[in-house]
Unconditional design. Structure first.
Lengths: 133, 361
């Protein structure tokens, strides 16, 4: 049932990022921020796909990605459940890659180092807000 | 007797006419800037929208004319039970058809008017709360329905025992038969409203990126209103079942005053339910006046035209991977034949026809 505390995920149809990727990233962010806690049941694939007006496969791909990363468990009959706040173990080098790619984008956009640092700190604060340490 | 037999189909027919009257001007409900809930251009009703408005009116008349020859034949041949069933099925089909038409013509109005927002919305929000029937189930309501149904079945069994006993009158056998027919119909209505409740709970609910909380408040009020309506009708069916079966099992041994009192009590329950539902409707209208949901339509991105196989000139669609019952097509909207809600709806309507044939025979 919907309450004011129900976590929401924003999807932009005009974004160049595919919808399944936006879904997977959005869900990861909600898990990282602790808005979706361990044991919480996620909406069924059918519900999200109907809300978005996309095929079932689009949502299923996002859920599969999260399952592969160990963030959710998909149980037959009871749906997808948040299982952990940490992805399956990856080497530091592997984890660095997406960070480096995002930072490269920011540098290429002409932002100053100080502005990039502020941006990264803000995002990190936003992500860890509400997460019990 | 004929007057009594004909009064029920007459009430149903008047209800259909009343519905037609309400829907006739519905496209203009929000002013000339809208066709139903779709924003349209300033001269829409005088230019591009005029043929659409005429077609809309013609479509409203179709369900009335479709069954008119059959209804007339049933009246002239004095098949009044058949007329009752025919009007009942026609009313259900009309309501379903009108609902589909509203969605279809909304989509057509957008396509015809070509009215685009200056900065069309591209984002929407998804709620991460699963929509489950159990979250909208009131245990006390379900308990009352179960207990009333079991008691009614107990009474029906008792009336069967009375009718099968040696020396039982023809009247008790007729009463038992009437009880069986009423029980089957009332259970079937209850099932129908339970299915409707399920489809309303699971209906798609994207949220706009702007005015999210306003929309969520309105949608919650709207959903709660209809769920209360469906539960109230299911409770009324249970009350009717219990009252009817009590009547079948015991009425022959009651004095007239008791019969009148019980009948009066049931009518009072119906009237109280109507008052309750009217009050709830007023509350919903107040929320609508406050939040103006029609102005939130523009906050939603337009759904893309669904890919897949179209049938019947684009009115029907077939795609198992698409989880929507109604999808956007080139011509407005199309009904997804591969959706389980479509299967359930078709099966339910086929069951209604089978029941009507069974009763008539």
């Amino acid at each position: 049932m919907h309450t004011l505390k129900t976590p929401l995920l924003t999807i932009d149809a005009a974004s160049r990022k595919p919808i399944y990727e936006q879904l997977a990233d959005g869900l990861k962010a909600l898990i990282a921020r602790g808005e979706l806690r361990e044991g919480v049941t996620l909406p069924p694939v059918r519900q999200l796909a109907a809300d978005l007006g996309v095929n079932l496969n689009t949502v299923a791909v996002a859920y599969r990605q999260l399952q592969d990363e160990g963030l959710i468990t998909v149980r037959h009959g009871s749906g997808a459940v948040v299982s952990s706040r940490t992805t399956v173990e990856q080497s530091e080098e592997e984890l660095r890659k997406p960070l480096r790619s995002a930072l490269t984008q920011l540098v290429l956009s002409g932002m100053s180092m100080a502005r990039i640092m502020r941006l990264v700190t803000e995002e990190l604060r936003f992500l860890t807000k509400g997460v019990s340490k | 007797m004929t007057a009594i037999l004909i009064s029920f189909p007459a009430i149903l027919f008047v209800f259909r006419l009343q519905l037609l009257r309400r829907l006739w001007r519905r496209p203009l409900k929000n002013g000339e800037g809208f066709f139903l809930a779709q924003r349209v251009g300033p001269d829409f009703y005088r230019a591009a929208g005029a043929p659409l408005f005429r077609r809309y009116h013609a479509s409203l008349l179709v369900p009335l004319f479709l069954d008119a020859p059959l209804a007339a034949w049933l009246v002239f041949t004095e098949r009044y039970v058949g007329l009752q069933l025919e009007q009942l099925l026609a009313m259900i089909a009309t309501i379903a058809l009108y609902n589909l038409m509203m969605v279809h013509y909304s989509a057509r109005a957008t396509a015809v008017s070509g009215c685009q927002e200056d900065r069309p919305a591209t984002s929407l929000q998804l709620s991460m709360a699963p929509r489950r029937m159990r979250d909208y189930t009131i245990p006390s309501v379900e308990s009352v329905i179960v207990v009333a149904s079991l008691l009614a079945l107990g009474m029906l069994i008792r009336s069967y025992a009375d009718s099968a006993a040696p020396g039982a009158s023809d009247g008790s056998e007729d009463a038992f038969r009437g009880g069986v027919v009423a029980t089957v119909w009332l259970f079937y209505w209850q099932l129908g409203f339970l299915l409707l409740k399920g489809s309303f709970v699971h209906w798609r609910m994207p949220l706009p990126a702007n005015r999210t909380e306003d929309f969520r408040r309105w949608r919650t009020a709207w959903l709660n209103h209809y769920l209360k309506l469906f539960d109230a009708v299911r409770l009324l069916c249970s009350a009717a079942l219990l009252a009817g079966m009590t009547w079948v099992a015991y009425a022959h041994s009651w004095p007239l005053t008791v019969q009148v009192m019980i009948g009066g009590a049931f009518v009072l329950v119906v009237l109280l339910s109507v008052v309750y539902l009217l009050r709830e409707e007023r509350r919903l209208l107040a929320t609508e006046r406050e939040l103006k949901p029609v102005e939130m339509v523009k906050e939603f991105p337009r759904r893309p035209i669904a890919e897949g196989r179209y049938l019947a000139g684009g009115l029907l669609y077939f795609n198992r991977d698409n989880p929507s019952v109604l999808v956007r097509s080139d011509h407005g909207i199309a009904l997804n034949l591969a959706h389980r809600a479509t299967y359930a709806g078709v099966a339910y309507f086929a069951g209604l026809i089978a029941l009507a044939v069974w009763q008539a025979s």
